[in-house]
Design a protein around this ligand. Structure first.
Ligand SMILES: NC(=O)c1ccc[n+]([C@@H]2O[C@H](COP(=O)([O-])OP(=O)(O)OC[C@H]3O[C@@H](n4cnc5c(N)ncnc54)[C@H](OP(=O)(O)O)[C@@H]3O)[C@@H](O)[C@H]2O)c1
Length: 350
């Protein structure tokens, strides 16, 4: 579409504030023979996107970046050498563009950080940079977009090492996107699930809508690790989705079973350096597998997408905001306030 203009958001000043997100008119990108042009329909936000605007994201970010990694859209143009995709296909982006299988080897190909992302009307990606929704898909565009980062991260945490089995107990911290996605996957996989939250109201909703086995309010029960042990007859959780980081890892190890897989994913809970636990000693004390999780590969995105379609899982979309200057700011503010359950999305078009 040579010469066609589109609305693109860019982060004019990294680390300034959400208000540094500004839209502008730019030319729609042109594809080469191995690329596709996608009309973006929905973008899902992650805590990372907010952390990038406020400067607390600990990994590289390009200057004046087009933010956001997660989109679902429709292919409108294909390059002459593209083999497996065609016009009209519904696709989602692969977070780490260069990681097709196996472990991620760096953070440099992540969309919306070290390279331009998807908060724009059209995006050009290589054929292998997207995953097509398989037959039988009944997801909304927002639900499908939500699979990109949280879906693949959760799949990596639960199946990327020792695979989850029916009957295992999975512990999630908080009710954000990663945790609720993990709950939905673990529930569908026949596991016992325990989730923590700052709010009884959120816990009630999570029980009613997503069937969590047990909820613990970590404000009312600051020793939530001991509650997990009680709820598992002293066994502990077999898998832990560690979204807190250094501020929660000590309690997570305590809440874990001997040999538990503790996936270190997030950095929501900080503590001053003098209060930082000795993670090596903690891991040794429980024979725990404390494993850093770097999103995941395209192969894992295909696997979690297939799992979601076959099990008719619809990722929890808390709210979808309009694709306008005020809509985008409101979406980021909604995420920052942490009143949401699951994902916050931006509807780019129908
Ligand atoms: N390593 C990776 O590849 C990867 C991939 C995806 C995400 N992440 C990271 O994982 C974390 C979660 O991401 P997200 O997108 O799911 O975030 P999110 O949707 O913004 O979730 C935030 C929620 O976490 C809970 N929370 C906040 N502070 C907490 C604390 N101190 N202890 C326990 N829970 C707390 C709150 O829920 P309640 O009010 O219910 O407590 C809050 O609403 C972030 O740090 C993100 O950067 C990493």
């Amino acid at each position: 579409m040579p010469g066609k203009q589109q609305t693109t958001f860019r982060l004019s000043e990294k680390g300034a504030s959400i208000k540094a997100l500004k839209s502008q008119k730019e030319n729609v990108g042109e594809i080469d023979k191995y690329e596709v042009l996608i009309k973006v329909k929905s973008v899902a936000l992650n805590y990372r996107d907010y952390a990038i605007t406020t400067g607390v994201y600990p990994f590289p970010v390009k200057k004046n970046v087009v933010p956001c990694s997660d989109m679902c859209g429709e292919i409108v143009q294909v390059g002459s050498e593209v083999k497996d995709l065609k016009k009209g296909d519904k696709v989602i982006s692969n977070f780490m563009q260069n990681t097709l299988y196996g472990p991620c080897t760096d953070w440099h190909s992540g969309l919306g950080g070290p390279q331009d992302g998807v908060l724009q009307e059209y995006v050009v990606l290589p054929e292998q940079g997207v995953v097509k929704l398989p037959e039988g898909d009944k997801m909304t565009n927002a639900e499908a977009a939500s699979l990109v980062c949280t879906g693949v991260t959760v799949w990596n945490a639960l199946y990327g090492n020792m695979p989850l089995k029916p009957g295992h107990t999975v512990l999630m911290l908080g009710t954000g996107g990663v945790s609720i996605t993990a709950l939905q996957v673990a529930h569908a996989a026949g596991c016992k699930t325990i989730i923590t939250s700052s709010s009884d109201e959120k816990l009630k909703t999570v029980k009613e809508k997503y069937g969590v086995t047990h909820g613990i309010n970590y404000k009312k029960f600051p020793k939530w690790d001991e509650e997990v042990l009680k709820l598992t007859n002293g066994h502990g959780a077999d898998f832990i989705i560690e979204t807190g980081g250094i501020g929660t890892i000590e309690q997570s190890v305590n809440a874990g079973a001997y040999g538990a897989i503790i996936s270190v994913i997030g950095f929501l809970a900080n503590v001053p350096p003098e209060k930082r636990p000795d993670v090596a000693a903690l891991a040794l004390s429980k024979g725990a597998n404390v494993r850093g999780v770097m999103v995941g590969s395209r192969q894992q995105l295909e696997e979690v997408t297939r799992f979601a379609v076959v099990n008719d899982i619809h990722l929890a979309v808390d709210k979808e905001f309009p694709f306008s200057d005020s809509g985008v700011i409101q979406a980021y503010e909604h995420l920052a306030k942490q009143g949401h359950i699951g994902k916050v999305c931006i509807k780019v078009c129908d």
